[in-house]
Design a protein around this ligand. Structure first.
Ligand SMILES: [Zn+2]
Length: 629
């Protein structure tokens, strides 16, 4: 019986990478005959150590296409359709999803996962969701009306840092590495106001007294001029650049007395004195040159060398450069400048190897983890096909043997969260923002798309007249309208907006709450209709946002696994370093939700911006949102 069902079942597999290759092999060998595969990616040489359906001769070809060819080579009587395409393409609409009996996600990012989640809800097709992160793995089953959807519980956001920490008061190597990447963008990349590297005079700690005396001290006051224009003016003179960023700017910071009342003040460096500085170099003589910490003199030399090379490249390419950890000059630049900054702020310096891991967001992708997870996905699919839906489970692959001597633990599927802003009957969300500052463009890009996962939103004001604010019709939105603020449309505290994503068959009511003390990138917080815990011993504790760094937290119970280990989840859009809670408790919990973790491949450049906040994953348990594989 099940064998026949397997034969006649039609499956959609989204993603043909690390999990996808294993999964496709498992599916065809289990006897599935009708499979469609969608994957946007092409094969990279670094995939070959684990994505075994691909070989050297396939490099640069479509993953979906080659996966299909390879699978057919050992099970030729299958019907496999491959699409080299994004799942976000509107061609894959609700009726497309409805052709399938089960959808299997083997995806590498949260945006696509959110989207497939919504499409499966709209089409009412069961979804098997998966993810791996190093040794950790997870499989779950989502079915409309029966289980939590992928978005019922807020996913931990990636680890990010407030701008003032990066610009004024770094205290960890990663802060300096993020700053160094911003410096790269300021000097050679595309200009982005969120990448500012100069001292931040609006640091809340300064409480309005910002560097007034500092301005006097720092005679040149270079940060008032465009950094890029100034760089061109001085023809990227390494000494002048060094002096601005590692001496004048530091002097300027020192003049902000309040910052240093409880911190060790930074020490400005002199370009001509680098050879005399003692640092951590040499403490760690490693066999691998990359693992040795550079001396300050070497950092200075690398800085000069990289600036020269990158300047030339910028001139010839005529296009802004894009930082890439596999580009030696770009990597050396960040390694040198982050260590110089670390030295200035008395922070432990790192080897180029370590800096590359942190800045490139590298989490190892492990073939055996993928293989186990792909196997577990098929087990869940077979349960669904056998009509044993109540036996489906969320399954966690742990890093080490856990309770009852098990490497793999399972939990019952949770019921849908009635307040989920995706799968609730009438989804609602409350958005805190400054209506006088947030533009229509920001509402669309930063809130509806980035935060709320819509692909092509339409928005109207719920004013009885149906005033249209945003339309997804191509060419219908003018720049003029995009630049207007919400208050220009008389949107104020309490205004309700109706959001609609036609492709996702997703409608959402947004209640706007005016908060004038928050602004992008920290901007908006959401609460009220955001999902909350089902089984709490005490009611959710919330804090009313009062400063841009506030976050609202809710105690929720962990996915059932270890009997309700409570953990904090951040519900705000603000990605500050203030949220240590979710990360710590997550690693302590039995079931580790990693379908929102990034696993970066060695070929994967993770440039990491969420609403202008900065993110760097620093370990397997980091909170990013790509699962590479
Ligand atoms: Zn939901």
């Amino acid at each position: 019986m099940v064998r026949e069902r397997v034969r006649d079942t039609s499956l959609l597999m989204v993603g043909a990478g690390g999990i996808g290759c294993e999964l496709l092999k498992n599916l065809v060998l289990t006897g599935f005959k009708n499979i469609e595969i969608i994957d946007l990616d092409t094969i990279d040489i670094s995939n070959l150590n684990r994505q075994f359906l691909f070989h050297r001769e396939h490099v640069k070809r479509s993953k979906a296409m080659v996966a299909k060819e390879s699978a057919l080579s050992f099970v030729p009587d299958c019907s496999i359709t491959a699409h080299h395409d994004t799942i976000m393409n509107p061609d894959y609409n609700t009726s497309y999803f409805q052709q399938f009996d089960i959808v299997l996600n083997a995806l590498d990012n949260k945006a696509a996962r959110n989207h497939v989640n919504r499409m499966c809800l709209a089409a009412d097709v069961p979804l098997i969701e998966s993810g791996t992160a190093g040794y950790l793995g997870q499989v779950t089953v989502i079915k409309k009306g029966y289980t939590e959807c992928y978005e019922c519980q807020p996913k931990p956001t990636r680890k990010t840092y407030p701008g003032c920490t990066i610009r004024n008061t770094p205290s960890e190597p990663v802060h300096c590495i993020v700053w160094a990447k911003h410096l790269f963008n300021q000097l050679f990349g595309e200009y982005d106001a969120d990448d500012e590297v100069s001292p931040d005079t609006e640091d809340p700690e300064l409480a309005g007294e910002a560097g007034e005396n500092a301005t006097k001290k720092n005679g040149e006051n270079i940060e008032r001029v465009s950094t890029r224009d100034w760089c061109k003016e001085i023809d990227y003179d390494a000494e002048k650049l060094f002096t601005k960023f590692f001496n004048h700017d530091i002097e300027y910071l020192l003049s902000m007395d309040k910052l240093w009342q409880k911190r060790t003040p930074p020490t400005p460096l002199e370009w001509n004195n680098l050879a005399n500085i003692k640092n951590d170099a040499g403490l760690q003589e490693a066999a691998i040159p990359d693992k040795r910490i550079w001396s300050m003199e070497e950092c200075g030399q690398q800085f000069e060398l990289c600036v020269t090379k990158l300047k030339e490249r910028l001139k010839t390419s005529n296009e802004p450069l894009v930082w890439d950890k596999d580009d030696p000059s770009a990597m050396d630049f960040v390694a040198a400048t982050s260590n110089i900054r670390s030295h200035i702020f008395h922070i432990a310096e790192k080897s180029r190897f370590d800096i590359k891991s942190i800045s490139g967001n590298i989490i190892p992708a492990i073939a055996s983890t993928n293989a186990i997870i792909a196997g577990l996905m098929v087990v869940e699919a077979l349960k669904i096909l056998s009509g044993k839906f109540d036996e489906c489970r969320t399954v966690f692959l742990n890093k080490q043997v856990k309770t009852r001597n098990r490497l793999i633990t399972e939990c019952r599927l949770e019921k849908p969260n009635p307040k989920c802003y995706v799968c609730a009957e009438k989804p609602e969300v409350t958005v805190f923002l400054d209506t006088n500052k947030i533009t229509i463009k920001q509402l669309e890009e930063k809130i509806l798309k980035d935060k709320l996962g819509m692909v092509a939103p339409d928005v109207e004001i719920d004013d009885g007249k149906g005033t249209i604010l945003i339309t997804s019709e191509e060419g219908e939105m003018s720049d003029d309208v995009y630049e207007k603020t919400l208050s220009d449309f008389r949107i104020t505290d309490g205004t309700r907006l109706k959001g609609d994503d036609f492709l996702q068959s997703f409608e959402l009511i947004l209640t706007i709450r005016q908060k004038s003390d928050i602004e992008l990138p920290d901007v908006f917080l959401m609460e009220g209709e955001l999902p909350q815990a089902q089984e709490e011993e005490k009611p959710p504790t919330t804090t009313t946002p009062t400063t841009p760094t506030d976050v609202k937290t809710v105690e929720t119970s962990e996915n059932g696994g270890s009997g309700g280990v409570s953990r904090k989840r951040r519900l705000s859009a603000h990605d500050g370093s203030h949220d240590e809670g979710s990360k710590k408790s997550k690693s302590e919990s039995n079931g580790v939700d990693i379908t929102s973790v990034t696993i970066c491949d060695d070929d994967d450049d993770v440039s990491v911006e969420t609403c202008g906040a900065v993110a760097v994953a620093d370990s397997v348990e980091s909170d990013d949102d790509i699962i590479m594989l």
